[in-house]
Design a protein around this ligand. Structure first.
Ligand code: URA
Length: 212
């Protein structure tokens, strides 16, 4: 049997504080965006914890120093449209040289099945560590479909980063992609009958972009 990788949960007072305001239905669109940006920066910090380093020599003002730098071609963030874009700014604040890919997936509200309407990735994906972004890991169908597509494009062992997740979504993603590391700010209780996370925060895309 293939071994799955346990999710990393950002159990930190700052994260819990910010998540509470994010969940609050009375939080404004501007504050929701700001909190998402701040949380995504913290997610980026945790999601990149296992990146490898190589030695790198520099001169400090007081002499030679054997430092370190990130190995290889570095990172590619992959935003699952449209809510994934809400996580991009914070990630890019921390890692400005990362490349960015986009995947557009539509979810049928009756069947919860997903179909693709957009796919655009940097050409050099095989040499980069891919971090797939979606604020919500709900059924896991979109995350799994997105990861299947980026693996077809050459991504190796991608990482999946989200604000909220549920056990059902984690199990689905682990079943289809046991090699993927999930990084999340919280594992919530469950999904409701419409595939929304409970307690959750509502529709992440609508709250980020002020629609509906
Ligand atoms: N997508 C959302 O935006 N919210 C949920 O609760 C689940 C999926």
């Amino acid at each position: 049997m293939t071994q799955t990788i346990s999710p990393i949960v950002l159990d930190h007072p700052l994260v819990r504080h910010k998540l509470t305001y994010l969940r609050d239905r009375n939080t404004s669109t501007a504050d929701f965006r700001r909190l998402t940006r701040e949380l995504s920066l913290l997610l980026a910090y945790e999601a990149t914890r296992t990146l490898s380093l190589v030695p790198y020599k520099i001169e400090t003002p007081s002499g030679a120093y054997q430092g370190e730098q990130l190995d290889g071609k570095k990172l590619c963030f992959v935003s699952i449209l449209r809510a994934g874009n809400g996580l991009l700014d914070g990630m890019l604040d921390l890692i400005p040289s990362a490349r960015v890919g986009h995947i557009g997936l539509r979810r049928d509200h009756e069947t919860l099945e997903v179909s693709e309407y957009y796919f655009n990735m940097p050409r050099d994906v095989p040499g980069r560590t891919c971090i797939v972004l979606d604020p919500m890991l709900a059924t896991g169908h979109s995350a799994s479909a997105a990861i299947t597509r980026i693996k077809e494009a050459g991504a190796h062992k991608p990482i999946f980063a989200c604000l909220l997740s549920v056990p059902e979504g984690i199990a689905y993603l682990q079943k289809h992609h046991p090699d993927v590391q999930i990084v999340t700010c919280s594992i919530d209780q469950k999904l409701d009958a419409h595939g929304y996370i409970v307690p959750g925060l509502g529709d992440a895309g609508d709250r980020l972009f002020g629609t509906r």
